[in-house]
Design a protein around this ligand. Structure first.
Ligand SMILES: C[S@@+](CC[C@H](N)C(=O)[O-])C[C@H]1O[C@@H](n2cnc3c(N)ncnc32)[C@H](O)[C@@H]1O
Length: 266
């Protein structure tokens, strides 16, 4: 095994991710940026450094943008979901299921839960649930704890903060049980197939596929098509695109916000 492959194995072991499946040149470039900061010139040396210096773990994860997230990240996307999609779903049905695929530390699925909670306050008949999955066990633990620092809450308004978070004595904010209990966290690798029952109303898979190859991205889009009910919504990250081979599976709903609707194809 060469030095690069050996470093990848170490990263996989430390971060519980499978980077060998991802685009190699992207990972090489991100590693180079961290090695440059640490003035390290070989993969072997960086591997030793990583093992001996846990403080480098967060920095490398951030360089790979592995876990970066926020509540209501890209506010126009959430505005559209709150003002158009959820009201439409509530008019049509009494059961709503949303899947946050690649949920990181929980900000995205809890944002969905906050909106659904507020919009169903007068609709106690609605059965709703957010399923949240990620490949990284460590980050899922953080998600289940639901404790956040101020920067993660940049787009949370005062009313939401008051209603859905408890301020801790150390300046952090904890998500309240009525939101936490509506999100089901589950460990799952997106490359291993669909983890939830089909018939989903919305799948959000945002900022997850940057290391995936084009063919892996296309497989993922096909899987999401199968997982959604007809007319269900698929939300991508702002810098992500539907590949040519799979674009026939979805119709644009709000293309600027990267929201698509499942088409029914034979
Ligand atoms: C940058 S975060 C995105 C969080 C959130 N979706 C957002 O847009 O704010 C990417 C997440 O995808 C997860 N991830 C990467 N590869 C994955 C895979 N193969 N299966 C499931 N999750 C994966 C990472 O662990 C990380 O938590």
């Amino acid at each position: 095994m060469d030095e690069f492959q050996s470093l990848l194995k170490t990263i996989e072991r430390l971060f519980h991710i499978q980077c060998t499946q991802y685009k190699e040149d992207y990972i090489r470039r991100r590693l180079a940026s961290r090695m440059n900061v640490r003035k390290i010139s070989s993969y072997r040396e960086y591997q030793d450094f990583l093992v001996k210096n846990p403080e480098e773990h967060e920095a490398l994860k951030n360089a790979l943008t592995i876990n970066v997230t926020k509540f209501f990240r890209d506010p126009p996307v959430f505005d559209c979901i709150r003002t158009e999609i959820i009201p439409a779903l509530l008019r049509q049905k009494g059961r709503i299921r949303i899947w946050s695929a690649g949920c990181s530390s929980g900000e995205e699925p809890y944002s969905f839960a906050i909106m659904l909670y507020d919009l169903t306050l007068l609709r106690k008949d609605v059965d709703w649930m957010v399923i949240a999955t990620d490949i990284d066990e460590t980050i899922l633990k953080k998600a289940r704890e639901g404790i956040y620092e101020k920067p993660a809450l940049e787009y949370v308004n005062e009313r939401q903060l008051h209603r859905h978070f408890t301020a801790n004595s150390d300046g952090k904010f904890e998500i309240k049980p009525h939101i936490r209990e509506k999100v089901r966290f589950q460990h799952h690798d997106l490359m291993s197939g669909i983890p939830v029952s089909r018939d989903l109303d919305l799948i959000s898979c945002r900022n997850v596929t940057i290391y995936f190859t084009d063919s892996q991205k296309n497989d993922l889009v096909r899987m999401f098509h199968q997982g959604l009910r007809p007319g269900g919504y698929y939300v991508m990250g702002m810098s992500e695109f539907l590949g040519r081979e799979v674009e026939h599976l979805f119709a644009p709903f709000k293309p600027l916000q990267k929201i698509f609707v499942r088409k029914d194809t034979a």
